[in-house]
Design a protein around this ligand. Structure first.
Ligand code: 1BN
Ligand code: ZN
Length: 336
């Protein structure tokens, strides 16, 4: 059994002006349910043990029909092996080649653009791999592939690595499915999530802002039924936040999906307000959910730290989030 982490708020997040709103964190420490959460299962940290009824039991990891967490972790390791991958770096360019190679069998769109940053004009590129479905409408699964700018000591296994590796494993899963009867699925690798100087509305989420504006202008935004963002999803001690900047009904659906798989103890024990790649898409009128574990090490101490390395991650966490995404897509497909 794994221990849950202390739920105290991150001082570091506060110091960089992130609005992380913690709800009743003292209550969490006492094992009480978080106000506003959908039920009390999250108060039982180990609800996904073998005592669960069969229909609530944890699904088998890495078996056919489920996301291959070991493969997702292998992708993360390969991505991290390029070294720090900030925009404009040689490692970033190598990673773009790697993404192209892995997604070349799919209908792959590259959204390349140049944009002003505090370090001058920079080239950036989003990748969009498309898996067509029979139903009208699109579900987007996205993550960012850049890492912290200006930090040569930061390899971003979780922050950048997991948000690249898990979407690649999801693409593998949907590619193998051949024919989809639900919505079309678009796996998006976003560039330029990290700030170049200091996180602000104009210095952050460059790729997301560009793609959301493009989709708004060309009518794609109106066809997107849901946008699921994956960021920092590999922590071995997995605690995905309920994000108050995300669309409530979609957050509820994600929680139901996690519950269907017996994973609810890894979801929504606390509520935060995240600023991340999902916000430009929300502004474009798209329902969004940010799946992020912003409790990475005690008090989030590994976040943006040289300690954000592969040894902190697990294949199981990647599989839990991956399976929950697949189940969320199934629930979206089942909606009238
Ligand atoms: C997540 C991972 N984020 C950056 N890397 C978004 C974020 C920005 C989180 C500012 C907290 C503060
Ligand atoms: Zn980051």
């Amino acid at each position: 059994m794994r221990q849950r982490k202390d739920k105290a708020p991150s001082r570091r997040a506060g110091s960089i002006a992130l609005m992380v709103v913690l709800f009743s964190w003292l209550g969490c420490l006492q094992g009480e349910p978080v106000p506003g959460s959908r039920d009390t299962l999250q108060a039982k940290p180990h609800a996904d043990t073998e005592q669960q009824p069969a229909n609530k039991r944890k699904t088998e990891i890495g078996k056919p029909g489920h996301i291959d967490g070991a493969r997702a972790l292998q992708y993360v390791k390969e991505v991290v092996a390029f070294g720090p991958r900030p925009i404009g770096s040689p490692a970033h360019a190598k990673l773009e080649e790697y993404l192209r190679a892995h997604l070349r069998a799919d209908t792959l769109e590259e959204d390349s653009f140049r944009t002003a940053t505090p370090a001058g004009e920079m080239p950036m590129r989003n990748f969009i791999a498309k898996f067509p479905g029979s139903r009208d409408g699109i579900v987007v699964i996205a993550g960012h592939y850049d890492t912290l700018y200006g930090r040569k000591d930061f390899v971003g296994a979780n922050d950048g690595g997991s948000s690249t590796g898990l979407p690649l494993a999801l693409a593998d899963y949907w590619r193998a499915q051949k024919k989809r009867s639900g919505y079309s699925l678009w796996v998006v690798l976003l560039d330029g999530e990290e700030a170049v100087k200091q996180w602000s509305a104009t210095d952050s989420v460059y790729g997301a802002r560009h793609l959301a504006a493009k989709w708004k202008a060309d009518g794609t935004a109106a066809r997107v039924k849901a946008f699921l963002l994956l960021d920092m999803v590999g922590d071995a001690d997995l605690n995905i936040e309920r994000d108050q900047n995300s669309t409530p009904w979609l957050e509820d659906l994600v929680y139901r999906a996690a519950g269907n798989l017996g994973y609810q103890s890894h979801f929504f024990a606390r509520a935060v307000g995240m600023e991340d790649d999902h916000l430009p898409f929300r502004e474009a009128g798209i329902p969004v959910a940010d799946l992020i574990d912003f409790d990475y090490g005690y008090n989030n101490v590994f976040w943006h730290s040289p300690e954000d390395k592969v040894d902190k991650l697990s294949a199981q966490s990647l599989a839990i989030v991956g399976d929950t995404v697949v189940e969320t897509v199934r629930l979206l497909d089942a909606r009238p």
